[in-house]
Ligand binder design. Sequence first.
Ligand code: HEC
Length: 213
Amino acid sequence: MTLVAGALCVSAHGAGIAAAGELRYDRDIRPILSDNCFRCHGTDAKSRKAKLRLDVREVAVEKEAIVPGKPDESEMIYRLTTTNADDQMPPLAMHKTVTPAQIDVLRRWIAAGAKYEPHWSYAPLKRPALPPVADPKWTQGAIDTFILARLEDSKIAPSPAADRRTLLRRLSLDLTGLPPTPEEVESFVKDNSPDAYAKQVERLLASPHWCRS
Ligand code: HEC
């Protein structure tokens, strides 16, 4: 059970590629460069090749690896798409493949001006505008709006709301790694107050089993 609780506390940072819409360096670009390029074109001066840094915009632009607005003139795109084995990046010996979808993302990002941004953990917090959704009645808060926008994008309908037993089981496992007792389930099922769910959250957060890390 300890293991389960530990695993549930790990926050997943999904590095999903945005299919459409605005591309962001931190979310969409850095993961591709970091996986495939930074080993030889990143922060480590000792392993840096061709004096090229792809993590610093000024250097990448000066060396014309990136020509903002012009993917076809950018050496990065040439190196990713050429069939000349001598020129291919990442070098064949790395046995890494940048997929056509990832190349397309890099291409669109360069076409849009190749904007860099600091790592999200150093960037000041800002409240993004809510995306438009077709069914605003479904949402109960701002986070729901973002989730629904992605679901609608992928043409997926939200699942129906879970029943109370399921809900409490999920909540308990999520916060403590332990299932609720039958008594806890009964009391939640019978609680008709409008803040019944909030009370369960408070109860579980007060539990010594709550996973804080
Ligand atoms: C294992 C090391 C390694 C990795 C990983 C690597 N490169 Fe390179 N890169 C090199 C070497 C060595 C050169 C110099 C030889 C050459 O020009 O082919 C180079 C040169 C380049 C150049 C030309 C620089 C210039 O000024 O002429 C570009 C652009 C480039 N790499 C882009 C990339 C991109 C984009 C990636 C990731 C998709 C990548 N590289 C991954 C080793 C690497």
